[in-house]
Write a protein that binds this ligand. Structure first.
Ligand code: UDP
Length: 298
C-alpha cells in the first residue's frame, strides 16, 4: 500500500474554493458555450463535466475533450494545426485562472475552473459507481501506475483498470504497445498525459486506433496523483496562483511557459476582450437602430 499524508490527500481530493473575483460561480443554465479565442468553451462545472463523460462512456459515444488553459491558448496562437485540433474537440473546458481572467475582461465570466486535477477524484468515484473503466496513458515509467495505486490508498480504487508510460516515438512498436494495452483493458475513458500540445495532437491523430469512448489530454495529472509533483496549497489555488507554485517547483522547465507564456497570454486576452466588447456593443446598438427605422416606416 502506498503511503500518503492527510495533507497530501486533502490537497488532491478536496477542490479549492473558487474565487468570485475570477469565476462567476455555479449558476443555471449549465453547458452553454462561450466563444473565446475563437473556440467554444463549455460553461460548466467539474461535476457536470464528469457526468458528461460517464454518460458518453455508458452510451459508447465518442467524445474528445480538451482542457484549454493559458498554455493551450498561446500554442494555438502559434500553430494553426494545433488550433484546428483544439477547435474541433467535442468539449473544451476552461482550465485555470488565465481563462477566468480572459473571460472576465471580455465581460462574459465563466462558471467554474474545470481542470483535470480537480476532476480526477470525482471522475474515478463516478466511474466506479457507473461501472465505467479508466486507463491512464502517459508520464514517466511507473508514475501512472503509482497514481493508480495511490487512488486505491485514498479509497478511490476500482475504476482505473490499467496504465502505460508516455515515452514512445510516433509510429514506434512502443506506441503500438501502449495503444494495445489501453484497448485490451476495455477502458471506456482514456486519460492521456503527454503535455501540451503533444497530448491533444496525439489523441486526434490516433483517434481511429483508440477503442475508448472518451479521450482527453490531462497534462501533469498523473505526477500530482503519484506524489512526484506536489500540488499547490489551497490558498494559492483560491487566488489563482497555482502557476507560481509550479514555477517555483520546476523553474527551469516552467520559466518560458509561465513568464514569457503568461505575458503573451495576457496580451492575447486583452486583444480578445476588446474584440468581444466592441462586438457586444455593436449588437446591443443594432436592435435599437432597427427599431427606429421600423418606427420611421410606420
Ligand atoms: N510526457 C510524456 N511523454 C512525453 C512528454 C511528456 O509522457 O513525450 C509527460 C510528462 O512526464 C508529464 C506530462 O507529460 O507527466 C506533462 O506534464 P506537464 O507538467 O508539462 O503538463 P501540464 O499539466 O503543465 O500541461
Amino acid at each position: 500500500m502506498v503511503e500518503y499524508s492527510v495533507n497530501a490527500a486533502r490537497r488532491l481530493l478536496v477542490p479549492a474554493t473558487r474565487s468570485h473575483v475570477l469565476w462567476r460561480g455555479i449558476t443555471a443554465p449549465h453547458g452553454q458555450r462561450t466563444r473565446l479565442f475563437d473556440i467554444d468553451i463549455d460553461d460548466t462545472t467539474v461535476a457536470a463535466a464528469s457526468a458528461t463523460w460517464i454518460s458518453a462512456a455508458r452510451q459508447k459515444r465518442k467524445l474528445r475533450a480538451v482542457f484549454a488553459n493559458a498554455h493551450v491558448v498561446v500554442e494555438m496562437a502559434d500553430r494553426a494545426g494545433y488550433r484546428a485540433v483544439v477547435a474541433t474537440a467535442d468539449r473544451i473546458y476552461a482550465d485555470g485562472s488565465g481563462l477566468a481572467v480572459a473571460a472576465r475582461l471580455a465581460g462574459h465570466p465563466l462558471m467554474d475552473n474545470v481542470n483535470g486535477t480537480d476532476l480526477f477524484p470525482r471522475l474515478v468515484a463516478d466511474a466506479k459507481a457507473a461501472g465505467v473503466k479508466i486507463f491512464l496513458l502517459g508520464a514517466r515509467p511507473g508514475i501512472a501506475a503509482s497514481a493508480q495505486q495511490r487512488m486505491t490508498a485514498f479509497g478511490l480504487g476500482g475504476a482505473v483498470v490499467g496504465s502505460h508510460h508516455g515515452y514512445f516515438a510516433p509510429g514506434s512498436a512502443d506506441e503500438d504497445a501502449a495503444i494495445a494495452a489501453a484497448n485490451a483493458s476495455g477502458a471506456d475513458i482514456l486519460l492521456v498525459a503527454l503535455g501540451v500540445p503533444l497530448q491533444d495532437e496525439w489523441i486526434a491523430k490516433n483517434a481511429h486506433r483508440l477503442d475508448a469512448s472518451v479521450t482527453v489530454g490531462v497534462g501533469g495529472l498523473f505526477d500530482f496523483f503519484a506524489g512526484s509533483v506536489t500540488r499547490a496549497p489551497h490558498a494559492m489555488r483560491v487566488i489563482g496562483c497555482e502557476w507560481l507554485w509550479r514555477l517555483a517547483l520546476e523553474p527551469r522547465r516552467m520559466a518560458h511557459r509561465y513568464l514569457v507564456g503568461n505575458a503573451r497570454f495576457l496580451m492575447l486576452a486583452m486583444a480578445e476582450a476588446v474584440r468581444i466588447r466592441v462586438r457586444d456593443l455593436a449588437s446591443q446598438r443594432q436592435p435599437a437602430g432597427l427599431a427606429v427605422r421600423a418606427a420611421d416606416q410606420v
